[in-house]
Design a protein around this ligand. Structure first.
Ligand code: DIG
Ligand code: MN
Ligand code: MN
Length: 384
């Protein structure tokens, strides 16, 4: 029986803002005292995480002096060295400050758009200084409450101009950095642009340097939109665009709950972990989640351990699924026949047009998905 103890090879990461979440919500004040980035690094290292991510202002307060900034970064880097933790990803907070009340890259005020680029370039420098190779863009304020505010096509153009500008900046700086767009359908804006993985993948194809840009899908965000998270992840993977992933959990139709990974939809979490492990996804497993507001820091540590432990348990279940004789017999049955892809040629098209099909026989074939799904459920329930 595995101990389900995380190892660096699992590449589990958390943002400073996750275990550093002090429990403020729209209807309540903080319930936990703030802890420093250094304390967070040690908490995560003790829990078994491999890496830590940050928004610029999670690490360096927006009004810090240059001297304060340098000291904070020195202390943070020292904690990384002491614990062996790494920083795979960084991002910009373009959503908290009132300056971004109407958005950042898509704001109607050109001075706000310029300030957003200013802030992001400096945040990219900080992220690269700390070792980041992926840079996430979550456009939390890039949206509207009324479409009277701006033409959505104009907003898309502004978003594209900003990403093109920043791709050029990274290229000119010689940074080894890739961008990952993180979609979300709404909250905190009434509607957010680039709402889903599909919107983001289409947008990426219109950029000047699309090869630099991928997606960072989040379980809660696609689920909020009522979508099958795995399908978005699989399409991104298949296109070579799964640059990062935000793992957590969510009840459909609710606000962004950012629950502990696998806390709600066990079967969805299982098929997601199975996919990531089956295809050999080699990126960070980033838990963008936070503990319940009810928790003390002991609860926060239990939350962090639970995220990683559940991933490892589901990874073991996926191995069992792939080795289960009854399950694999059904998998072989449903994939019977010549699965060679039909490739086009004038000859093959003509021959296919002339071929006879026994439509009744095709329709008579039942598929044993009830059995297969029941075996999957029983495996997850621990009776196989
Ligand atoms: C929210 O889901 C967003 C922000 O926390 C951050 O920009 C991004 C990084 O994972 N996720
Ligand atoms: Mn979220
Ligand atoms: Mn996220």
């Amino acid at each position: 029986m595995s101990s389900y103890t995380p190892a660096p090879s699992d590449k589990f990461t958390f943002g400073l803002w996750t275990v550093g979440n002090i429990g403020r919500d729209p209807f309540g004040e903080p319930v936990r005292k703030p802890i420093s980035p250094v304390e967070i690094v040690h908490l995560l290292a003790d829990a078994g995480a491999w890496g830590v991510n940050f928004h610029d202002n999670d690490l360096v307060p927006i009004d810090a002096s240059p001297a304060q900034r340098d000291q904070i970064v020195r202390d943070f880097k020292a904690a990384l060295t002491e614990t062996g933790m790494v920083v795979p990803m960084a991002t910009t907070n373009l959503f908290s400050d009132p300056a971004f009340r109407d958005g950042a890259f898509t704001a109607n005020d050109p001075q706000v758009r310029a300030y957003a680029l200013h802030k992001t370039m400096r945040a990219i420098d900080l992220g690269v200084e700390c070792g980041a190779s992926t840079y996430v863009f979550w456009g939390g304020r890039e949206g509207v409450e009324t479409d009277a505010a701006k033409n959505p096509a104009e907003a898309t153009k502004r978003f594209r101009e900003a990403i093109n500008f920043l791709c050029s900046y990274v290229q000119d700086q010689g940074y080894d950095l890739r961008f990952a767009l993180e979609p979300k359908p709404n909250e905190p804006r009434g509607d957010i642009y680039l709402a889903t993985v599909g919107h983001a993948l289409a947008f990426i194809s219109t950029l000047d340097s699309p090869e630099m840009v991928g997606v960072n899908p989040e379980v809660a965000h696609e689920t909020m939109a009522g979508l099958n998270f795995l399908h978005g992840v699989a399409q991104a993977w298949e296109m070579g665009k799964l640059f990062h992933i935000d793992l957590n959990d969510q009840v459909v139709g609710r606000y962004d709950q950012d629950f502990r990974f696998a806390a709600v939809n066990l079967k969805s979490a299982f098929f997601l972990v199975k996919f990531l492990e089956d295809v050999g996804y080699n990126g960070p497993r980033h838990f963008d989640a936070h503990a319940y507001r009810t928790e003390s820091y002991d609860g926060v540590k239990a939350f962090a351990r639970g995220c990683m432990r559940s991933y490892l348990i589901l990874k073991e279940k996926a191995r069992q699924w792939n080795a289960d004789p009854a399950i694999q017999a059904l998998v072989a049955e449903i994939n019977a026949g010549d699965q060679t892809p039909i490739t086009y040629s004038k000859e093959s098209a003509e021959a296919l047009k002339e071929r006879d099909f026994d439509r009744a026989a095709l329709g008579a074939r039942g598929m044993p998905y009830e059995q297969l799904d029941q075996l999957t459920v029983e495996l997850l329930l621990g009776v196989r």
